[in-house]
Design a protein around this ligand. Structure first.
Ligand code: ADP
Length: 228
């Protein structure tokens, strides 16, 4: 079997030191393969965002290793982490954070232009992604002219724009009604499978979590499998 795209080994993360410190992850282990979607379901405060931030190289663990497509990151400097993050990781937030003055197409093209792609190639890729997510006909609209579900699908397209090997999403359907949540989750799942990315999604929605390939939870600082 091929190397997992995302692997956490014995990850320890605590906030603060001494008596007031909070140990969020004690010895967390998790692997996510290419094309696999893993849902994280755990109570508020259990460490879901921490796990996603660590996986996205936005935070550092005190100890343990986080590998992105086999590249060990513990000893990387900030520059190395930034470059790896830019080229291999796509992040979807609960609030879409689209740039309001740009169209859907431009929002998806901008990260590609930053990565050095030519405008025509970036636009082609953006349109392909928007069509894949069922919103090709909304490409020229600005975020304010789109529904919540459409905005979130643009945010998913933007996260996938540079062909990331890892796609992370923190409550991506948290603000959407059930029918739209379903649509957005399906779009994300198809994209992860189609692109062969490793997907890790935090969600409170058990119905959606059951449609992932695997469900994990965080308990006593450990990541363990969960059956819902
Ligand atoms: P979840 O996403 O599951 O709600 P978080 O990962 O946000 O949980 O938080 C896990 C625990 O770590 C919580 O107790 C939270 O208060 C604490 N925590 C998170 N970030 C910080 C921080 N920057 N400083 C101190 N404590 C933090």
């Amino acid at each position: 079997m091929s190397e997992p795209h995302l692997r956490l080994t014995d990850v320890h993360r605590q906030y603060g030191t001494g008596e007031t410190s909070i140990r969020v992850l004690e010895k967390a282990n998790l692997s996510v393969s290419s094309g696999e979607l893993v849902a994280i379901v755990a109570p508020s405060g259990a460490g879901k965002s921490t796990l996603l931030h660590l996986s996205g190289l936005l935070e550092r663990p005190q100890s343990g290793e986080i590998e992105i497509t086999g590249t060990k990151t513990f000893h990387l400097n900030e520059r190395g982490r930034t470059l790896l993050r830019r080229h291999t990781i796509g992040y979807v937030y609960q609030f879409h954070h689209l740039l309001p003055e740009f169209s859907a197409l431009e929002n998806v093209s901008i990260p590609q232009l930053i990565a050095g792609k030519r405008q025509a190639d970036a636009n082609r890729r953006s349109l392909e992604l928007l069509e894949l997510l069922g919103i090709g006909n909304r490409a020229s609209h600005r975020p304010a002219e789109l529904s919540g579900g459409e905005q979130q699908r643009v945010a998913i397209a933007r996260a996938a724009a540079n062909h990331p090997q890892v796609i992370l999403a923190d409550e991506p359907t948290g603000n959407l009604d059930p029918a739209t949540s379903d649509l957005v989750f399906s779009a994300l799942r198809e994209l992860i499978r189609g692109e062969g990315a490793a997907g890790l999604i935090a969600t409170h929605n058990h119905d959606l979590a059951r449609r992932a390939d695997r469900i994990v939870t965080i308990r006593d600082g450990l990541v363990s499998d969960l059956v819902l």
